[in-house]
Design a protein around this ligand. Structure first.
Ligand SMILES: *Cc1c(COP(=O)(O)O)cnc(C)c1O
Length: 423
């Protein structure tokens, strides 16, 4: 469920019309709904806590899905932790008020500088993804004088996800270590007095719309916990990652958080571990839209119609990168039969095509359209390609809205560069 609905014939976010935001802030613009973010977090949390066998799991929101400080602060107030993959994300989570003891540091390539920063900041847990990383962490831990809680990221060899580029659990992927390797690394970590080995983690992919691969992966993790315990090690934490898919309006209804939690309870319930989950997309995707203006509609003699927008692939790369589908809704739909459009941006690449042959209510120049489900992996993946300014982000709460990332001026953009002294 989300809070983007037609009100008096025009699309609104909670009680604020998208047209009013476009007038005040300009387009393109990302618009997020506080009520939707909160609801998604609460539904996910309540689904898990409904199962006493799951204990009180930690929910570390995957910051990379949408890392705007106000989005993080909205979730922080509800008690969310953060799953981070860079020093920058740790800094964001801290700045948004997420306490370090609720921050997890993941990722296949953490530098020594990043690890040192994380240890000094006192993050809760380092998810180690390889033997070289374990060795690096030992060195950093000794140098900093902090004994970090370490979790080994396992690759359970169950790939899943909405696209090859976002599947992370197959044995050929760069993430985590094999089961045999995990046992060996756990032993290394347990016997290293610079480290505090506390458990295991996995994350098999993103936009997963079927519980079966998740269930298989969780089963592999449960068995590994039992195997390590049989060898005499303590395993206190099990971090089961994120990946639960969302509705993009063209896919079958994904499993509900309730069904996900019931499955988790049946597989890892009663295992006597502190569980953690790292949802990203399922919290943020349907809590945001990208609002763009139609620059003009260009009709070819062969009948192909292009709706050329002021938003482009640099603002929302998912269609170009993952062949992703986004529902596109005119903000104030015109009456009349639906018309087929290729919806494109102004960037000089054929890849800058959001969709082809999409039936939409008739569009004219200056109309506004909204890309639905753009709250996750939208603004965070944007760039300034074609020297297009990063687009602003707006957070709505009830009948109020705030610009939570401003559009930079061209002067600001150019001032970050200098001419080399010999030029
Ligand atoms: C990306 C990522 C997540 C979040 O994935 P979603 O599909 O957005 O839920 C969680 N954990 C790790 C380690 C990740 O890399």
């Amino acid at each position: 469920m989300n809070h983007f609905d037609l009100r008096e014939g025009a699309l609104a976010c909670e009680s604020v019309s998208l047209a009013a935001i476009a007038r005040a802030v300009g387009t393109p613009v990302y618009v997020y709904s506080s009520a939707t973010l909160e609801r998604h977090y609460q539904v996910f949390r309540d689904a898990l806590t409904a199962h006493p066998a799951l204990g009180s799991p930690a929910i570390a929101y995957a910051v990379k899905a949408n890392s705007n400080l106000s989005v993080l602060a909205t979730l922080a107030r509800l008690g969310a932790g953060a799953d981070t993959v860079s020093q920058g994300e740790i800094r964001r989570a801290l700045a948004a008020g997420i306490p370090p003891e609720r921050i997890v540091f993941s990722g296949v390539g953490k530098t020594s500088e990043e690890l040192a920063f994380a240890l000094k900041a006192g993050v809760a847990q380092i998810n180690v993804e390889s033997e070289p990383e374990l060795k690096r962490l030992t060195g950093v831990a000794r140098a900093v004088g902090v004994r970090p809680a370490v979790v080994i990221r396992v690759n359970p060899d169950v790939g899943a996800g909405g696209h090859a580029k976002i599947s992370t659990g197959g044995h050929e992927s760069k993430f985590g270590v094999s089961l045999a390797e995990a046992e060996r690394l756990y032993r290394l970590a347990e016997t290293d007095d610079a480290l505090n080995a506390v458990g295991l983690a996995c994350h098999i992919g993103s936009q997963i719309t079927d519980l079966a691969p998740l269930e298989a992966a969780f089963g592999v993790m449960r068995d590994l916990v039992l195997r390590l315990r049989a060898q005499g090690w303590t395993v206190e934490r099990l971090d089961l990652g994120g990946g639960l898919g969302v509705s993009y309006f063209n896919n079958p209804e994904p499993p509900s958080p309730r069904a996900f939690a019931a499955m988790a309870a049946s597989v890892v319930g009663g295992l006597d571990v502190e569980l953690a989950f790292e949802p990203g997309r399922v919290i943020a995707a349907n809590a945001g839209v990208l609002v763009a203006r139609v620059i003009h509609v260009h009709e070819r003699p062969d009948g192909r119609r292009f709706a050329v927008l002021d938003a482009a692939m640099n603002d929302l790369i998912r269609p170009a990168m993952y062949e992703a589908y986004h529902d596109i809704r005119p903000v104030a739909p015109r009456p009349g039969a639906a018309v087929s459009y290729d919806v494109v941006g102004p960037v000089c690449e054929t890849g800058d095509t959001f969709t082809r042959d999409r039936l939409l209510a008739p569009l004219e120049g200056d109309d506004l359209v909204a890309f639905m489900s753009a709250g996750a992996y939208g603004a965070v993946m944007s760039s300034e390609y074609n020297t297009r300014p990063l687009i602003p982000e707006v957070l709505v709460r009830g009948d109020a809205f705030a610009v939570v990332r401003a559009r930079p001026s061209y002067e600001e953009m150019l001032s970050r560069e200098t001419r080399a002294p010999w030029l």
